[in-house]
Design a protein around this ligand. Structure first.
Ligand SMILES: [Zn+2]
Length: 93
């Protein structure tokens, strides 16, 4: 899927398998996103399998549309995660 497999942002050792979103304490918005391995606690408010999300173009669109339709999506932290993911998967020239 990627040139380099992304590693978990929490432990830094295991391959990342999930996108997880964590709600802020103040409101219902998902305020922080990370890509994590299967060993990390699953008490997040949103979680998606990376393999499932990128299994097909329609799966990717479905996930994005679902998040948008929740009405409580702050896209900045999500896209910050996507940028970190992309950086972690590119082999330096
Ligand atoms: Zn981990």
């Amino acid at each position: 899927m990627f040139t380099n497999k992304p590693l978990c942002e929490v432990c830094g050792r295991e391959p990342a398998t999930m996108f997880v979103g964590f709600k802020s304490a103040a409101d219902d918005q998902v305020a922080r996103w990370q890509f994590v391995c299967r060993n990390e606690p699953a008490d997040e408010s949103e979680a998606f399998s990376i393999a499932d999300i990128f299994a097909s173009p329609s799966a990717t669109v479905d996930m994005l549309a679902h998040l948008h339709q929740t009405g409580r999506m702050d896209w900045q932290p999500f896209m910050d995660m996507i940028a970190r993911l992309r950086s972690s998967t590119i082999t330096p020239a």
